[in-house]
Write a protein that binds this ligand. Structure first.
Ligand SMILES: C[S@@+](CC[C@H](N)C(=O)[O-])C[C@H]1O[C@@H](n2cnc3c(N)ncnc32)[C@H](O)[C@@H]1O
Length: 273
């Protein structure tokens, strides 16, 4: 759902499971976690030059997921410091800046970071970072965190969520979007809903085709991860296309107007002092 789905995705998609740190059976290959991250980074490095042009005004990101995410962000943001984790080419950072926030953007892909820096034209602070490692930011230095469609690239959520908990000021919030756990299975994939499983999808944006691998997990597992890192869920938004979006993209968004696609969680840190 994150990008354009080509018929190839049906052939490439395979369910996977993790055994002793090894990802098993991704397209009948064995790849390690570090290979998974290198492939993700390499794919996003290739997508970076076309990301803004293909997503800002695209049906799924620009017209469906981003409006849902932004409607969940507590406002006003003036004077607050907000981290965008997995910032991509900087669309969300630019929006946060326009709302008056001080912005920090991090991403696994150096090419995405460069795009985000250029897009924000000297405003904000950007650096390359892998969310699988604790972030190099001072404790209690940010008021809020947004993260749009990035966390599902990680199997382990406790490292990023505990890092977020540490850098948030007391009472801080996180607004993060993911594929909806009740979204229909991708074409050709076995829908073992209760398993945390690596799935793949192939997208073409402009002339760039990539096959991405990311984790789907059941709702209870998502909730358990948030709770274990000290967060409570403050609000949930399930993305639905607006009437304007449906008029603009009837072919793409019509079929998903009554189907779960993206989910946005607003979390509050339970640390109060
Ligand atoms: C679907 S894109 C979304 C980009 C941006 N948030 C947006 O909405 O346009 C996912 C982003 O997550 C980044 N990402 C994936 N794995 C990551 C990781 N382990 N650490 C940091 N960023 C990661 C990718 O490089 C990519 O830019």
């Amino acid at each position: 759902m994150i990008g354009e789905v080509s018929p190839r995705s049906a052939r490439l998609a395979r369910c996977s499971r993790i055994v002793a740190g090894m990802i098993v059976a991704v397209n009948a290959e064995r790849i390690t976690q570090s290979e998974h991250f290198s492939r993700t980074r390499e794919a996003y490095d290739r997508l970076a030059p076309v990301w803004s042009a293909t997503t800002d005004d695209g049906p799924y990101n620009g017209w469906l997921e981003r409006p849902a995410l932004r409607s969940s962000v507590p406002r006003p943001l003036t004077g607050l410091t907000v981290l965008d984790a997995g910032c991509g080419a900087g669309a969300q950072c630019e929006w946060l800046l326009s709302e008056g926030a001080e912005v920090i953007g991090v991403d696994l892909s150096a090419a995405m970071v460069a795009e985000a820096e250029a897009r924000c034209a000297g405003r904000g602070r950007f650096f390359q970072a892998d969310l699988a490692q604790p972030l190099d930011l001072a404790p209690r230095s940010v008021d809020g965190i947004t993260s749009s469609l990035a966390l599902h690239y990680l199997r382990d959520w406790q490292t990023p969520l505990r890092s977020f908990a540490e850098i948030l000021r007391p009472g801080g919030w996180i607004v993060l979007s993911l594929d909806h756990p009740f979204a229909p299975a991708l074409a050709g994939q076995h829908d073992d809903y209760f398993d945390t499983r690596l799935v793949s999808d192939t997208w073409t944006k402009a002339d760039v085709e990539v096959t991405q691998h990311f984790w789907r997990r059941p709702l209870a597992a998502v909730m358990a991860e948030f709770a274990a890192a000290g967060f409570v869920i403050d609000a949930i938004t399930e993305a639905r296309p607006s009437s304007e979006a449906l008029q603009r993209f009837p072919v793409e968004l019509g079929p998903v107007s009554d189907v779960p696609t993206f989910i946005v969680y607003r979390l509050r840190s339970t640390i109060t002092a």
